[in-house]
Write a protein of this length. Structure first.
Length: 242
């Protein structure tokens, strides 16, 4: 069997080192010159190997700033089907909430605009992480309307999703969900919660939950590192008489 090109072999070696944690997210790889010395290859070979990894989305190269690890190459921890309301509610079951802290807030104008909620409204906020397959896949903040009358201890060690717990305890159920998805970057605080690199690309989803009377009673603001979450939707062409 013909030997693989040297740059492919070097790319495989670096890929394995990244996946094994030798180079963590946000850390820099050796320079082209250092790679040449460490692996006894030409500058062309080192550059071509890095190009392979960059094309795969594992690294990011910036002139004058070096080469930074952008992904470990692991498959996304969670895939969310974009279907109906039931698909969105299923997320809370498969990506378990781990609450780290709570607070009560009165929304400022900026917060209200971002969340799509009334300015000056009061909310109990559960700050934490979403965990799937034993891995933190997102930092999240869940807002529960003050109108519900819920207390932080209501959700301590709760086995159900927040909305299901509210329905069981207070009789308010989900009738509709409005979702907004935007590109963002992880803050230093969020990055520390999910063991990721601050500033790396993120997917931010804001979901607003309404009851049967069309009253907004829960909002979730979730920030996923780009390599840990995938939205997927299937389309089927309708075949029939035109």
């Amino acid at each position: 069997m013909p030997r693989k090109p040297r740059y492919i072999e070097l790319a495989a070696t670096l890929r394995k080192q990244i996946a094994g944690g030798e180079y963590a997210l946000g850390e820099q790889l050796p320079t082209e010159h250092q790679l040449c010395e460490a692996h006894t290859v030409s500058r062309y070979t080192a550059r071509a190997a890095l190009q392979v990894l960059e094309d795969e989305g594992l690294i990011e190269r910036k002139p004058g700033l070096g080469t930074t690890v952008n992904s470990t190459g692991e498959s996304s921890a969670y895939t969310q089907m974009l279907g109906g309301l039931d698909d969105l509610l299923q997320y809370a079951h498969q990506a378990r909430l781990k609450t780290l802290s709570t607070e009560t807030v009165t929304l400022t104008q900026t917060q209200a605009r971002r969340l799509g909620a009334p300015r000056g409204s009061r909310w109990l906020v559960l700050h934490g992480v979403r965990v799937a397959k034993d891995k933190a896949i997102a930092a999240t903040s869940i807002y529960v309307s003050d109108v519900i009358g819920a207390k932080p201890n209501d959700f301590k060690n709760a086995a159900k999703a927040v909305t299901e717990h509210i329905e069981a305890c207070y009789g308010v159920g989900v009738s509709a969900i409005k979702q907004r998805i935007v590109a963002d970057a992880l803050s230093a605080e969020d990055a520390s919660k999910v063991n990721a690199a601050a500033g790396q690309p993120a997917l931010r989803t804001t979901r607003r939950y309404y009851d049967a009377a069309e009253r907004l009673f829960v909002i979730s603001d979730t920030r996923h590192p780009s390599d840990r979450f995938v939205y997927e939707m299937a389309y089927k062409r309708k075949v029939g008489p035109k």
